[in-house]
Design a protein around this ligand. Sequence first.
Ligand code: ZN
Length: 243
Amino acid sequence: MLEVDGFILTETLYGETSKIIHVLTKDYGVIGVMCKGVNSMKSVQRAVTLKYTYAHFVIYYKKDKLSILKSADVIDPLKKIRGDLLLISVLTYISELTYQVMKQSLGKDVYENFVETVLKLEAGLDPVVLVNILEIKYLKELGVLFNLDECVMCGNKTSIVAISSDKGGYICQNCYTNEVLASKKIIQMLRMYYYVNIKSITDLKIDKDTKKMIHLFLEDYYERYTGLYLNSKKFLKTMLDFD
Ligand SMILES: [Zn+2]
């Protein structure tokens, strides 16, 4: 028997009344859990085994096989997120992204970064900035993080003047041709996004232009280097408005 906190990333119906859920956990990665009979109307576990539930689980754990659910209790019902279409779209996207990241990474930090992001979304912090912070941290897990300290062309650590997803990172003054110019502030913010401890964030006041530029850079970078094409991201894109 194992007691573990986790977040349900996926649910798949199984038979008439059962389902299999994939739960992201800190110490055991993603666990597949068979939930017998939870889809029957009288099951008390029905609500706690829904996708995107953050809960405390008691399971019969079997390593590398399907575990079996004994019971679950919700830790945070995420009421604010569930009442807001944009926040639900964000939650759907980061859940899908996290599931993909976990397929490629040992992800010791993934659980903490993901859950803290969800809790900050619930607390009402800027969803676009939170998503971008998580995305830049996940680039490392995906093995394609750009160099946050130097020019991608020559290794120069000073006079960075631009960022280019095409070239894969920062561009210095000497190597500059026609890339998108980036202020010192944007370079600083990108570094902050990567290094910040999400749990410690209390407010996110970032000006619109910086936010937009970082968002567009990461969007393009993800398309070029991660090989991930998520429908939930396409949908989220239609919901975001920077103007
Ligand atoms: Zn250079």
